[in-house]
Design a protein around this ligand. Structure first.
Ligand code: PGA
Length: 261
């Protein structure tokens, strides 16, 4: 059985006061729903890096884990403004998003950089959440699956990564670019179909990893659509942006994931 994971991506939102207030109320809400500390269900929150330390200190129940939204592809040195994997490790950060579509589109992040980041993270024991997804134009041109396959292959076929034997620690988040922050979610059928194709692709290229690969869906997930999305057989959880900033909404999305299947 695969572990279910729900991750909240705060993007460039929040501050110290918000983080403290959010966590005390969010944890309270999870406790009321009996959702904390379960071995097959993981809650992850990705605040801006500058708030990771505050978040780590404010979490009272260790069953909530913390992710960074990005990391440098470089080790250390003269890279002004960058944050290294060692620095994330130093803050006891557990996870890191890699290749989010906003980074690919707004900051020209390439598959080659994504691979370097995944290597850095796995080398230091931080679990990558590899984001993949097609634009509307690519979907309309019938290229959705091939675009996603290419993004996956960059990582799952990278010889060094294959040799490292660490690829089983990678979680994939399928986020159709046209569904991110638009209020336009992929239908459960569309999402399931892509998730199945992702699992098949990984099965074809790295067969031992496919069955246990955790694949999250992201793109305008909210409390109203969560149940039907997470009921799909290859959807193992979610990556939630806007709705993760609203405590009640995110807490009910968490409940839907925990209760799914
Ligand atoms: P959204 O963002 O839920 O606001 O669409 C998802 C994401 O970008 O991870």
């Amino acid at each position: 059985m695969r572990r279910k994971i729900i991750a909240g991506n705060w993007k460039m939102n929040g501050n110290v006061a918000f983080t403290r207030d959010y966590l005390s109320k969010f944890e309270q809400s999870l406790r009321e729903k009996g959702l904390l500390a379960s071995s097959d269900f993981q809650i992850v929150i990705a605040p801006p890096s500058i708030l990771i330390s505050e978040m780590k200190c404010s979490i009272s129940d260790t069953s909530i884990e913390v992710a960074a939204q990005n990391v440098s592809a470089f080790d250390e040195g003269a890279y002004t403004g960058e944050i290294s994997v060692s620095m994330l490790k130093d803050l006891a950060c557990d996870w890191c998003l890699v290749g989010h579509s906003e980074r690919r589109a707004l900051f020209d992040e390439t598959d080659a950089e994504v691979v370097k980041k995944v290597q850095q993270l796995l080398g230091k024991g931080i679990q990558p959440i590899l984001c993949v997804g097609e634009t509307l134009e690519q979907r309309d041109a019938g290229r959705a699956e091939s675009v996603v396959a290419e993004q996956l292959d960059a990582v799952f076929l990278n010889e060094e990564l294959v040799r490292s034997g660490e690829l089983a620690k990678v979680v994939v988040a399928y986020e159709p670019v046209w569904a991110i922050g638009t209020g336009k979610t992929a239908s459960p059928e569309q999402a399931q179909s892509m998730h199945e194709s992702i699992r098949n692709r990984v099965a074809e290229k790295a067969s031992s990893l496919a069955e246990t690969l955790v694949i999250l869906y992201g793109g305008s997930v909210n409390a109203a659509n969560a149940q039907s999305l997470f009921a799909q057989k290859d959807i193992d959880g979610g990556l939630v942006g806007g709705a993760s900033l609203k405590i009640d909404e995110f807490s009910s999305i968490c409940e839907h994931v925990a209760q799914a299947k």
